[in-house]
Design a protein around this ligand. Structure first.
Ligand SMILES: Nc1nc2c(ncn2[C@@H]2O[C@H](COP(=O)(O)OP(=O)(O)OP(=O)(O)O)[C@@H](O)[C@H]2O)c(=O)[nH]1
Ligand SMILES: [Mg+2]
Length: 299
């Protein structure tokens, strides 16, 4: 097998531009959670794409945003720490000509790194061709991109082309992971994220941003055909707890049954899910609680 290529590719951008959706579609499996709420992704999530030509290790990162608390600082670090460590940076943007302060900030950060940057104009299914063209025109003036690739992550439009383009910037290299490896995320972490996704999708306003999910127990029954999962949703206020539980428990029930369906698909077995809700005031500003809930500092 001559000329096998490999490398690391980070996906960065403002919140909600579709980074996690793109990564899931590129590897063909849902690993990272997605939602229409900004700041869905909180940790760096690694996935692996393997084909005959080589292997690409993708890093999905939290949306780059001004930090409002310790969790925000952690998220920003998780995204920015990848910039110098990778072979290629994919910078995802919306298909518009509006280049705000957030984008300016990213362009400025990128001007300090030597890594090749590919601009990915996402969500082209949501606008006309003219707008895509104008967006490309606007962006090409703010940074010296190696390539600009328009895609629709959601509709899998032009994503094959993106993979081809990425391989153009990778060198010959080893296969880092065996072809069965899809992600570095442990099953327990994915299960916790599934619950957080359902909560994000069902809850409104500030409530979903203040939650964390902890898996208290995950155990196969001896009969082998069912997994018992106990999990706790942490929130910041008593009033939020009431909202998460809902009238006669309806909201919690909905989150639970939505989550259970995804878990059964992931684990390929029946799941018995029990959910609890607990209040931990200001956990997003507590170093100790952040670590406890899985947001460990990276070196
Ligand atoms: N129309 C359209 N919507 C998309 C596309 N890609 C993503 N979305 C939607 O955009 C929203 C945000 O997607 P995510 O993948 O969660 O975005 P993200 O960049 O990972 O967001 P953060 O993790 O918060 O930084 C979701 O509602 C997606 O369904 C696309 O190609 N077209
Ligand atoms: Mg995301």
């Amino acid at each position: 097998m001559g000329n096998y290529k490999s490398g690391f590719v980070t996906i960065i951008g403002r919140p909600n531009v579709g980074k996690s959706t793109l990564m899931n579609h590129l590897i063909g499996q849902k690993i990272a959670i997605t939602s229409n709420k900004a700041q869905t992704t909180r940790n760096r999530i690694q996935t692996v794409y393997t084909c005959e030509e080589g292997q690409i290790v993708f890093l999905d990162t939290p949306g780059i945003n001004r930090a409002k608390n310790k969790l925000g600082e952690y998220m920003l670090m998780a995204a920015e720490n990848t910039l110098n460590e990778v072979d290629v940076i994919l910078w995802l943007v919306e298909p518009t000509t509006y280049i705000g302060r957030g984008e300016q900030y990213i362009a400025e950060r990128l001007s300090k790194v030597k890594t090749s940057v590919i601009l990915v104009v996402n969500k082209i299914d949501s606008v006309g061709e003219g707008e895509v063209f104008e967006a490309i025109n606007a962006y090409k003036d703010i940074y010296d991109f190696k390539e600009i690739v328009p895609v629709s992550a959601l509709k899998d439009k032009n994503t094959d082309e993106l993979i081809k383009t990425i391989f153009g910037y990778l060198d010959e290299g080893p296969q880092f992971y065996d072809e069965d490896t899809i992600t570095d995320q442990p099953e327990r972490a994915i299960v916790a994220e599934i619950i957080r996704e359902k909560a994000l999708r069902s809850l409104d306003k500030e409530v979903p941003h203040g939650i964390a999910v902890v898996i208290d127990r995950m155990k196969d029954r001896e009969s082998g055909d069912i997994v018992d999962i106990d999990a706790t949703i942490i929130c910041e206020r008593d009033s939020h707890k009431g909202i998460i539980i809902g009238k006669k428990g309806a909201m919690l029930k909905k989150i639970g049954s939505d989550a259970r369906r995804d878990m059964e698909n992931l684990l390929d077995t029946k799941v018995n899910l029990k959910l609890w809700v607990k209040v931990k005031k200001d956990w997003r500003d507590s170093e100790f609680l952040l670590k406890n809930y899985g947001y460990h500092g990276e070196e």
